[in-house]
Design a protein around this ligand. Structure first.
Ligand code: RAM
Length: 530
């Protein structure tokens, strides 16, 4: 047989095997679909939300009335309900009529908000760069009153604004009740209470972290129940470690790992993000760091669950990410600073991602080495060790600025917290030097700082890794504790203590205020810090 024909045949067989494997992965994921637990919740109070410069994000909330229902709803006069906590679920309205029969449909607007800013102002002037359709604002015509009306979608909210936009002059209606049917796949009975001696602030931070994680756990681990309501790998990795210390739902992590494994792209990259509806589909984007972190997420899962079968099953996906990751190195064994190489790292502005991306590669190689050793894959273990050493050396030779005593990134020699934090996590320096590095960057003027709790998580992790536990606790309390003191019922996607209305999307109205990657204080509190 001519060589070309033979190679084509081999390639054909390889693709068929790959397709069979992917189908197997997806069918395992399907069997792990969770049951959603449901709970009925009533609002706690009726409130007013008014513009006030001195209040958080410029919106002030006051209790209007303890009498929740029954007052006549006048056209153009909205009422706002506060459920007292953040929930993800369905909303049902029970409407009554008074006097004459309702002789025409009633047109209503319902606006649901995680935060006062979403129900206080007008959403019409929005100019951000992500779709305005993320606003939880609906207009309905309700035909049958008295009657019960269930809103068709799942929402994430604490506040509900209800406004009659138009009704017949014969119509007089009121709300008899409003119920949220909260949904989650997190089973709260699994969470061990913290002992009485744990400081109050840590207890509060832990409770808000758990609430955040709970409201992000549905059919898959979602990044945020308001936005994007999708399975993102970077978020999954952090949710999973917080979950092992709290709800301990290993099957949901397993389901998500198999989904990522079953939806790799043609080159073999794990996608950063998966759509579960209307059909399972991977985003066509590749984020270098997120794909590599699949390896660490899988290894963390194995350590938490002891499920060797899954580790063996998904090993080919993990090793493939490392091979693809290494293929992106330049002639110096440094990850290419290539605008075509998408990488997330953080939403921080002015951040060059080359050095943190390089560190993520080393971090993932280390997880891969543990995995190869666990699975007795001697050849792979050797290959991974060699690349770990080469990339570590390359980091010290090409990315270290000996004058500044910091890692720098890209042609512009960008100095960021991200580069130092990820290099510490990658174990590039001995512990003492790592501790000095991380303390140095915290006081370096002009360095690019964290844009999100995602990077703050990695800072805390780096401090723990460098043996600086007290500092880790202090930083954690300083950052997440401030959100608690600001009244957060869940932790936010973006929190800049110096600009609390900051958004990477051009408007804080579309920030997610219950966000997966912010839920990790429970992991630190329960695992390392008490
Ligand atoms: C946003 C989401 C998600 C994050 C990605 C990179 O759309 O907030 O949490 O993982 O970006």
């Amino acid at each position: 047989m001519p060589l070309k024909r033979f190679l084509d045949l081999c390639r054909g067989v390889f693709f068929e095997v790959a397709i069979i494997m992917k189908e197997k992965y997806l069918s395992i994921a399907e069997t792990l679909k969770p049951e959603l637990l449901k709970e009925k919740i009533s609002p706690q109070s009726r409130v007013t939300v008014s513009a006030d410069e001195k209040s958080l994000q410029g919106w002030r909330v006051d209790t209007e009335s303890s009498e929740l229902f029954g007052s006549i709803l006048e056209t153009g006069k909205p009422v706002i309900y506060d459920f007292g906590d953040h929930y993800a679920g369905k909303l049902t309205l029970d409407l009554m009529s008074h006097g004459k029969p309702v002789d025409a449909p009633v047109k209503v607007k319902v606006t649901l908000g995680e935060m006062p800013c979403e129900v206080g102002g007008n959403l019409d002037g929005y100019q951000g760069w992500i779709s305005a359709t993320w606003f939880q604002e609906e207009i309905f015509h309700i035909d049958v009153i008295p009657g019960v009306f269930e809103l068709p979608r799942r929402y994430a909210f604490r506040y509900v604004k209800f406004e009659v936009l138009c009704q017949s002059s014969n119509t007089t209606i009121s709300l008899k009740h409003m119920i949220c049917t909260a949904e989650t796949s997190a089973d709260s009975t699994q969470v061990e209470p913290l002992t009485a001696d744990v400081p109050e602030i840590l207890k509060q931070i832990d409770a808000v972290s758990i609430n955040t994680l709970k409201n992000c756990m549905h059919d898959v681990f979602e990044d945020g129940p308001k936005r994007d309501r999708r399975l993102w790998l970077g978020d999954l990795r952090l949710q999973a470690i917080a979950n092992y210390e709290t709800f301990n739902n290993c099957d949901l992590v397993k389901r998500c790992l198999y989904l990522f494994g079953g939806l790799t792209n043609e080159e073999g990259w794990v996608s950063p993000c998966i759509f579960t509806e209307p059909v399972l589909r991977a985003d066509d984007l590749v984020l270098y760091d997120y794909s590599l972190l699949f390896v660490s997420t899988l290894m963390d899962y194995y350590k938490a669950s002891g499920d060797r079968e899954t580790l063996e099953d998904l090993w080919p996906v993990a090793i493939k990410q490392l091979e693809l990751g290494v293929a992106r190195l330049d002639e110096n064994n440094v990850v290419k600073d290539d605008p075509g190489l998408w990488c997330f790292i953080d939403w921080a502005m002015e951040l060059n991602k080359q050095t943190p991306a390089h560190a993520v590669l080393i971090y993932a190689l280390k997880s891969g080495l543990e995995m190869a050793e666990t699975l007795d894959k001697a050849d792979s273990a050797r290959w991974i060790s060699e690349w770990t050493e080469k990339t570590r050396e390359a980091a010290l030779t090409h990315l270290w600025d000996s004058g500044k005593k910091l890692f720098i990134s890209g042609e512009g020699k960008n100095v960021s917290w991200h580069s130092q934090v990820w290099m510490v996590l990658a174990g590039v320096l001995p512990q003492e030097e790592a501790a000095a590095l991380i303390q140095r960057i915290l006081t370096t003027e002009g360095a690019v700082g964290p844009g999100t709790p995602y990077t703050f998580h990695h800072l805390i992790d780096a401090l723990v890794t460098a043996g600086l536990k007290d500092m880790a606790k202090e930083q954690m309390i300083g950052y997440w504790g401030e959100m608690v003191n600001d009244g957060a019922d869940c932790f936010w996607e973006v929190f800049n203590p110096f600009d609390k209305a900051f958004s990477p999307y051009g408007s804080n109205l579309l920030n997610s205020y219950c966000h997966a990657w912010s839920c990790t204080p429970s992991y630190f509190i329960r695992k390392n810090l008490i």
